[in-house]
Structure formats: structure tokens, C-alpha cells
Design a protein around this ligand. Structure first.
Ligand code: ADP
Ligand code: MG
Length: 728
């Protein structure tokens, strides 16, 4: 094994950048070539079918079976022309990631031969063997019936020889078993209530769209080095490894040129992404060595999320073609920056207004402040839930660490917008008197000028206002954005609906419309003041302050999940039609189970590595020292030998103490797991894993990392941090 380490290091050094075949066309020409987009719909569908499909995509109009049949026929024709032989329903189970089951287009023709078949029925609905996907007890395995159902709002696309059809995944009894179904419901809810509120200002608006622009961070590691690290291979992160002497102190990576092997990977990835209609735009190095980022132009939230999931699977595939493995884990390396996935989120109208951006006149700015305050109120009311929506066993390593958003949700507004809100809160009601059209005395009309230089971003804020959008930064790099997006959009939808009710009541009681709006946002801004925080989110003072403000400060992931089942969350999800209590309960079972499994795997892998790699190699080195000590005795007189061997004897002892500790802890960990595994309740089991097992992983690691510092480098079998992080 020690040979393997040196072999892969040598190999990695020799690797050259892969030569990427550039398409002959311009990006604008091959963009979307693998997507059944509108241009292809227009070309391959009968005129009427095209209109019906577009109407369904744009306005959610229901699609009949005949339309589906016609769409399927058009899709098949296009796919066969593209050399495709299989199709699959592509969905997002609760395990995170995506799932697919490929079927060939062929069917018996009834005459002993085969024909290529793809009907509307096959397009609309499939029944994957759902028993292997988590469902939190909604479906008993003996009646393993779950359906995947076509989502026409996200276009079909081709990967390799397969036509992929985006679908939702639901139980026989109608409950959603995926992320997409509740996301679509949340987007519909926010459309409905935001449109209604928007109509106070712009009666012509018929639809509000939620936008998402994600920024995907990731690490690349040479494939050979990766293969020589069982922990990376099995858990996605290093469970041990002493910090490299050089790390990210110099920040030379962030500003440096992109390494050539990596640049080739990025180029390849971008070409494939563009073909799939993913509008990738920026690429750069990130803070940590071997860490990078890719971001597209923002899109409608459901589509953007599909594109992110598709991109993550593309990354895995393309990285291998370049001799890399991509690490999407939130914290692959201790002591080095972790990876997040900032979710830039905003609402916009069908008429082109960005609702999170200041406008050009007083009314537009009142609309802007109205939407900002409603978002803040929603984030305040549901801060615990939003934290739960981004929490996982893997993201836990990143949150609360000194380089990522803290495990407390707050919102950064910047001094100018904060001033506007302060002004709103502190002004007296008589200031609102609307004397004619110019009567808004809130200086709100000045916002456009004020916000222009609002670029001093507070990187420590988990939910920051950045000019014309909010940036939800706490989302983890490996996460399905839908988890955060469905919670956020549903919470905002719920808040906007409440807001509208209050304003309407005031109007009915005779208050002028804008005066009524001002009264309610003034009250709401006052009520949610505690969520606004522009200071340093990493500081200990903030933790105390946040606690005093009543914000949720829980740090244990399994307990954080409780936020899904509070009265306020259930009420919000049910009122918006996004999820029922039954679904929420079932999904939490899955979350707790997943948490337990992740920690369980880490514990097993660490136990294995400690016993089969670390202790044997430390002992081997120790034996060589003991041998040396004996030989010194032969060579020198007693006192002198004693003196000359004192350092080695110290190390011998040190190794003995650490290996004893490691062995004892590994045994204790096995025992603790046995106890935890007997717990029936998924929540209690996950808590036991969090409270008992996680600290042990850290304790064992501490001693292993110390051993790495003393054991002969030539005997150390696992690639070290400096190799994993600096070779590319
Ligand atoms: P950063 O400086 O944080 O890296 P970028 O300018 O690169 O920011 O943008 C990050 C993401 O935000 C991109 O995906 C971009 O398209 C998206 N974005 C920009 N404006 C909006 C908006 N109004 N709503 C949603 N996303 C947006
Ligand atoms: Mg950003």
C-alpha cells in the first residue's frame, strides 16, 4: 500500500491536460443542441400541440392524453434522429442526487419482431421500482408503488444514448417522495400570492416567477490519489489527515491562473453544459487550493434546479475523463475552506420587473420595500425552518466553522437599505399621510441612487441582500437546492398572502391603498427587526446576541430537523398547499435516517482505517525505532546509549500511547454504535449518533493526525493533504 501512495503521486505529476475537442460551431449555435427546447418543439410538434404545450409550460394549463401522445411522438422523432435508443424518467429522490431507470424504446410488434415505441402514456407516467427509495414509511415496501410523472415545465434532454424526461416522484397515495413536486407547488404558491400583492402596484401583472442563480463550489482531486484514500472514496471527505504546512494562507490560489489540467476540465464541462442548455457563465479558482467555482446565468427556479442537478452529474462524469474526481462534499478537508452553493434568489414579473430591485419612481420603490419587508418577515418567522432546509450531516462541518455562514439565520441588508428600513420603522404614522401623489415622505424615491454602490458584501451573512436579489449562502455544495428553495418560496408565499389579507382589511375599512400598505410593512418591519444583522456573523458576540434576539441557535442537525414539524411550519406548508403534515413527518424520518447512515459509514471507515492502516504502520515504524535503541546499546556504553536514544524512546512511548488510545476509542465507538442501532425511533437514533459517535470521530482523528507527524513519511500509506491539495 505504501508503494501505491508513491506510485499515484508520481503518476499524478506526470499527467498532462486532456486535449479538449472544441465544437466547430459557436457556443450560441450549439447551446441547447441536446435539449427538446421550444425551437425543437416548434419543429417536431403539430402547430396545435405546440401551442397547447407552451400554454401548459407558461400558464400551467392541464395537458390531456392526446396532447401527451402528440408530444411523445414528436420527442421520439427528434430523439431517434439524434441516435437515441433509450429513454428514462429522471427524478430527484430524497436521497439527494438524481435517479433514472433506462428503458429501450423497443416494444414487441405483436408479429414476433420489435418496433420503436414511445407513447404519451410512457411519457406521462412510469412506475419505477420505488421500494429502494426512501419514503419515511409512506409506502410499505410490499406495496412498493410510486409513480414518476412528467414535468412539462422542464424540457427533456439527451445524455449519451438516453432521452431524459424530468419527472416528479409521488406515492400511489399522492404524497410526494421527491424534491421536485413540493418545489413546483411552492413556486406556484409564491406566484399566486406575489402576483396578488404586485397587483396593488401593477395591475397588469399576471404572473410572478421565482428565479434561482446558484454558484457551485467544488474540489478536484487527482483520480489516483483519490483511489488511494478509502475515506474519500467511501465518504466523500477525508476522515484524517494533518494540515499541510502550506495551506491557503497566501491566497495565491484564488488569484492565480487556473491550472492547465483543470482548465481543460472546465472547458469540457462548459461545452457539455451549454449543449444541455445550462447557461454557464463564470468559472474561477476558489479560496482553498484545488477548489473551484462555476456559476450559470440565473433561470426560473425549477429549471435552474434541474440544471444544477444535471451539472453535478456531468461534473462527476467529465472529471473522470480528465483523470480527476470531483468532490462535492461541503468539507472534504479539515482546516481548509469548505464548499457551498450560494442560491441567488429573486422574484420577477411576466412584465419584466425584478421585485427585489429598487425602481425608478416612488411607487416602484414602495413596491420594492414591500417585497423586501415581506421576505424578511418570512425569513424571520421561519428562520429555524430555513436552517433545517440547508442542514445535513455533511453541511454541518461547514456551517458554524469560521469560513462559512454561521448556524444562525440572519439577513444582511447593507447600510443603505438598513437605513431605509430604520426610517420606515421610526417614522410616525402621520409621516405616511399621502398628500396627493407626491405624498410619500419616506425618501424611498432616493433608493436607486443610494443602492448603486451597495457592493460591500458581508461574506459572513447566510442570507444577504445583494442589490436586486437575496443570496442564500448557507446552502451546501452537495445539496439539492430544491430543499432550500421550496422552504423559502413557500414561506414567502405564506407571508405575502397574510400581508395581502391585512392590507385588504384596511382598505375595506376605508384606508387609502398605499397608506394601508405602508402601515402594514411598517408593523412587519418592526416585528422582524431581529433578523437584520450587518455585523460579523462569525463572532462569538453574535451568537450571544442572536440568542438574546430569539433567533434559532440550535447546532445539532437531528434536532434542527424538528423545525419542520413545529406548528408554524406545518401551518405554513399546509396553507400554501406545498406539503401536508403526513408528508412532513415522513420526510423527517428520511432525514434522520440519512443522517444516521452517513455518520455510521464514516465511523466504520475510520475504524477500519485506524485498525488496518494507521496502527500497523505506526507499529512498524515504532519497531524500527526499538530496533535502533537496542543496537545503540550494543554500540555505546550504557549511559551514553541511554542519552543518545532518549528522543527515540520518547517517540516509541508516544506512538504506544496514541495507538492504545485509538484502539480503545475504536472499540468504544463500535460499542456505542451497537447501543445506538438498537434505538427504534429514527430521531433518537440520529441524536445518539450526533451526540456519541461524532465526537469520537474527532478524538480518534486527533491522534491519527499526530501520528502522521512522527511516522516515517516513507512508511505512511495514505496520500497526505499536501499531495491531495496541491497536485493537479
Ligand atoms: P458573485 O459575485 O456572488 O459571484 P455573480 O454576479 O457571479 O455574483 O452572480 C451570482 C449568481 O447570481 C449568477 O448565477 C447570477 O446569474 C445570479 N443573479 C444575478 N442577478 C440575479 C437575480 N436578480 N435573481 C437571481 N439570481 C441572480
Ligand atoms: Mg455569490
Amino acid at each position: 500500500m505504501s508503494k501505491l501512495r508513491f506510485h499515484v503521486v508520481e503518476d499524478a505529476f506526470k499527467k498532462k491536460a486532456v486535449n479538449v475537442q472544441l465544437p466547430k460551431e459557436r457556443p450560441s449555435e450549439y447551446y441547447g443542441s441536446l435539449v427538446f427546447n421550444r425551437a425543437k418543439m416548434f419543429k417536431y410538434l403539430p402547430e396545435k400541440t405546440y401551442q397547447q404545450l407552451v400554454n401548459s409550460i407558461d400558464n400551467g394549463a392541464p395537458l390531456g392524453r392526446e396532447v401527451a401522445d402528440a408530444v411523445a411522438a414528436g420527442m421520439k422523432k427528434w430523439a431517434l434522429e439524434m441516435g437515441v435508443t433509450h429513454y428514462t424518467h429522471w427524478f430527484h429522490p430524497l436521497t439527494e442526487g438524481t435517479a433514472e431507470k433506462h428503458d429501450a424504446f423497443v416494444e414487441h410488434d405483436g408479429k414476433g419482431g420489435m418496433i420503436e415505441e414511445f407513447s404519451g402514456k410512457l411519457l406521462i407516467q412510469q412506475e419505477p421500482d420505488a421500494s429502494s427509495f426512501p419514503n419515511g414509511g409512506i409506502r410499505n415496501t410490499f406495496e412498493a408503488r410510486g409513480y414518476s410523472a412528467w414535468d412539462p415545465s422542464s424540457p427533456a434532454f439527451i445524455v449519451g444514448d438516453t432521452l431524459c424526461i424530468p419527472t416528479i416522484f409521488i406515492a400511489y397515495t399522492g404524497e410526494s417522495l421527491d424534491y421536485k413536486a413540493p418545489l413546483i407547488k411552492a413556486l406556484e404558491a409564491v406566484n399566486k400570492s406575489a402576483t396578488a400583492v404586485c397587483n396593488y402596484f401593477n395591475p397588469e401583472v399576471k404572473k410572478v416567477v421565482a428565479y434561482l442563480g446558484w454558484e457551485q463550489e467544488y474540489f478536484l482531486v487527482d483520480e489516483g490519489l483519490y483511489a488511494a484514500r478509502p475515506d474519500l472514496l467511501l465518504t466523500g471527505r477525508t476522515l484524517m489527515g494533518h494540515e499541510s504546512s502550506k495551506n491557503q494562507q497566501l491566497e495565491d490560489h484564488y488569484f492565480g491562473a487556473i491550472p492547465t489540467r483543470v482548465a481543460a476540465f472546465m472547458q469540457d464541462l462548459e461545452i457539455e453544459s451549454l449543449k444541455l442548455g445550462i447557461p454557464v457563465k463564470t468559472r474561477h479558482n476558489e479560496v482553498a487550493p484545488n477548489q473551484f467555482e462555476l456559476a450559470p446565468i440565473y433561470e426560473e427556479c425549477n429549471l435552474a434546479n434541474d440544471h444544477n442537478l444535471l451539472l453535478m452529474s456531468l461534473m462527476r462524469k467529465i472529471a473522470r475523463a480528465h483523470g480527476f474526481r470531483v468532490l462535492l462534499h461541503e468539507k472534504p478537508f479539515k482546516g481548509v475552506n469548505g464548499s457551498g452553493k450560494h442560491n441567488n434568489w429573486s422574484l420577477g414579473t411576466d412584465t419584466g420587473i425584478l421585485l427585489m430591485g429598487p425602481g425608478k419612481n416612488t411607487t416602484a420603490n414602495l413596491r420594492f420595500v414591500t417585497f423586501v419587508v415581506n421576505v424578511l418577515k418570512a425569513v424571520y418567522d421561519h428562520n429555524a425552518l430555513l436552517k433545517a432546509s440547508i442542514s445535513s450531516a455533511t453541511n454541518a462541518h461547514r456551517l458554524g466553522a469560521n469560513e462559512a455562514p454561521p448556524a444562525i439565520i440572519s439577513s444582511f441588508l447593507g447600510s443603505q437599505l438598513s437605513q431605509v428600513l430604520d426610517h420606515l420603522i421610526n417614522s410616525k404614522p402621520e409621516d405616511f399621510n399621502l398628500a396627493g401623489k407626491q405624498g410619500l415622505k419616506l425618501d424611498i424615491g432616493q433608493i436607486p441612487e443610494l443602492l448603486i454602490d451597495n457592493t460591500d458584501r458581508n461574506r459572513t451573512s447566510p442570507f444577504a441582500f445583494t442589490g436586486n436579489r437575496f443570496e442564500f449562502r448557507a446552502v451546501g455544495s452537495s445539496a439539492n437546492c430544491a430543499s432550500a428553495m421550496l422552504a423559502l418560496n413557500a414561506a414567502v408565499a405564506h407571508q405575502l398572502a397574510k400581508f395581502k389579507e391585512e392590507v385588504d382589511a384596511k382598505i375595506a375599512a376605508g384606508t387609502e391603498k398605499f397608506a394601508a400598505i405602508l402601515e402594514v410593512i411598517r408593523k412587519d418591519a418592526q416585528a422582524c427587526k431581529a433578523i437584520i444583522f450587518d455585523g460579523n456573523g462569525y463572532s462569538d458576540e453574535w451568537k450571544k446576541e442572536a440568542m438574546a434576539r430569539g433567533l434559532d441557535c440550535e447546532t445539532s442537525v437531528p434536532v434542527i430537523f424538528d423545525a419542520y414539524l413545529t406548528e408554524s411550519s406545518i401551518k405554513m406548508f399546509e396553507a400554501t398547499g406545498v406539503m401536508t403534515e403526513k408528508e412532513l413527518i415522513a420526510r423527517n424520518e428520511v432525514k434522520w435516517e440519512m443522517y444516521t447512515k452517513k455518520i455510521q459509514i464514516e465511523a466504520r471507515v475510520l475504524g477500519d482505517l485506524a485498525m488496518n492502516h494507521i496502527i500497523p504502520m505506526a507499529t512498524k515504524y515504532q519497531s524500527s525505532l526499538i530496533d535502533n535503541v537496542y543496537k545503540m546499546k550494543d554500540l555505546f556504553p550504557g549511559d551514553k546509549a541511554q542519552l543518545l536514544s532518549s528522543k527515540n524512546i520518547e517517540i516509541i512511548e508516544d506512538i504506544a500511547n496514541r495507538t492504545i488510545f485509538i484502539k480503545e476509542k475504536v472499540d468504544a465507538m463500535v460499542e456505542a454504535r451497537k447501543v445506538a442501532n438498537k434505538i427504534e425511533c429514527e430521531r433518537s437514533k440520529a441524536i445518539a449518533y450526533h451526540d456519541q459517535i461524532v465526537p469520537m470521530l474527532e478524538e480518534i482523528r486527533y491522534h491519527i493526525d499526530k501520528l502522521e507527524l512522527v511516522v516515517d513519511d516513507q512508511m505512511w500509506t495514505l496520500p497526505k493533504y499536501r499531495e491531495l491539495l496541491f497536485i493537479r
